[in-house]
Ligand binder design. Structure first.
Ligand code: NAI
Length: 240
């Protein structure tokens, strides 16, 4: 591994995570792209250069995450993008649905944060990914809860790590064109897109831009914040 700054990006084989991996590599980082999706990681490996190291693991697997982070020479930026989504009316969400959502989106954010923060030195950065849905949304209450909790987790760790000069911030994307949203039926995708202030989904690169800003060493005076990257939709109310 080169002497470039090192970033560890979860969910790095698809959508917002993939755009973040590419952006940070362009910015001069060596990027470890973590994902549990083997085919997507293989595709990334075959299309990328030495600046990107694909890493197959499940972010909820404590031992796998700990040993992947322990194997790194250092860690300058952790970006926790990996997450899942599931449309479900409030009265159809099972305990298993709820637990899986919290396990992947919340515990799967906390585990890499905790393991990385143990090794980080002053000036390192942690960026989590919440969602505009953190302020509310219809038809996915367990997802909303998981993404609201990420904002609390981000603030709490920012407070605990500030004395070590490690910043912890979050990005809350609005509706973004990724494999996650493209898995919706086409008419639902079009309807959701039409509700955006611009009438369009964000491009994953729009989100990666803000993640890269928060991951940069120069943003040393920002911590505990959540930046909504949603074209302003969160300003106008709770409807999604
Ligand atoms: P995506 O589904 O395209 O990519 C997510 C990646 O995370 C996938 O490659 C998946 O394999 C990986 N992943 C899921 N569970 C994992 C696990 N247990 N271990 C390792 N990797 C795992 O999704 P997208 O749209 O790029 O979303 C990325 C993040 O942004 C998610 O946290 C999502 O909730 C959030 N977000 C997305 C929005 C959108 O409109 N696409 C809006 C707001 C937030």
């Amino acid at each position: 591994m080169s002497s470039a700054p090192l970033a560890f990006v979860t969910g790095g084989a698809s959508g917002i995570g993939l755009a973040t991996v590419k952006r940070l590599a362009e910015d001069g980082y060596h990027v470890v792209a973590v994902d549990c999706h083997r085919e997507r990681l293989d595709a990334l490996a075959s299309s990328s250069n030495d600046a990107i190291t694909p890493c197959l693991l499940d972010i909820t697997d404590r031992r796998a995450v700990a040993s992947a982070i322990a194997a790194l020479p250092r860690i300058d930026a952790l970006v926790c993008v990996a997450g899942i989504y599931q449309p479900r009316r409030w009265d159809e969400i099972s305990d298993n649905d709820f637990q899986l959502m919290l396990n992947v989106n919340l515990l799967g954010t906390f585990i890499p944060m905790q393991e990385a923060a143990r090794r980080m030195t002053p000036g390192s950065r942690i960026v989590t990914v919440s969602s505009r849905a953190a302020i509310g949304g219809i038809g996915f209450a367990h997802y909303v809860a998981s993404k609201a909790a990420i904002i609390g987790l981000t603030r709490a760790l920012a407070m605990e790590l500030k004395e070590r000069q490690i910043s912890v911030n979050s990005v809350a994307p609005g509706f973004t064109d990724t494999p996650m949203t493209r898995s919706m039926p086409e008419d639902q995708y079009a309807a959701a897109q039409a509700l955006e202030p611009t009438g369009k989904a964000a491009d994953p690169a729009d989100i990666a831009e803000v993640i890269a800003f928060l991951a940069a060493p120069s943003t040393r005076f920002i911590t505990g914040q959540t930046i909504f990257v949603d074209g302003g939709k969160s300003l106008g109310g709770l409807a999604i």
